[in-house]
Write a protein that binds this ligand. Sequence first.
Ligand code: MN
Length: 232
Amino acid sequence: MALAIPVLEPPKTLAILGSKDRFPVRRAFCIGRNYAAHAREMGFDPDREPPFFFMKTVEAIEPVEAGVTRELPYPTMTKDYHHEAELVVAIGKGGTDIAEAEAMGHVFGYAAGLDMTRRDLQGEAKKMGRPWEVGKSSDASGPVGPITPHRADFPLKGQLRLTVDGAVRQQATLAAMIWSIPEQIAILSRYFELKPGDLIFTGTPEGVSAVERGQTMRVEIEGTEPISVKVV
Ligand code: MN
């Protein structure tokens, strides 16, 4: 007997602050080495190598609700699971070859997120010249909080902070991004047609490190709803 034809789940959706509606997630683009101090801590020279793009599958995106600690299973096949706190930009209007000056008109809103990384597997992939998915796109490796809708005075140079069990591990200003948000949108839209529902993980600052089962991470980014995630 043949198996039944698969029935797909509806798209994952993120809460929208101040609304009962939810934001459906289409794709998740990520920026690598978008903060100079993080590029250096990973052993790279940000003056010689610009940031770049990679992706997580939508399966890895884990919606986190306001005011609730979300349990996140420690993934298989790693002994070095790292946090990367990141501002996530949600795209509300698509386009190709978007001009930098027009880019903010494509932003639906902003959320606090984590680009959780199996660093040992990513390190192996780098060494072997292999793709990054096994390091970057494990199940539940992309927790994202509620979206704050775009407004002209959103603090694009605000503070980002990640704590583990209350101790600060990452702290930076978004102003330290190498590619600003309009630049990210403009550059990305030359490679892909951006579509409504796309997310951009805008990169992590310095201070990435491993978490263990039982630890709780909290990501606070000025202007967005904080998220709390416990590794179990
Ligand atoms: Mn990252």
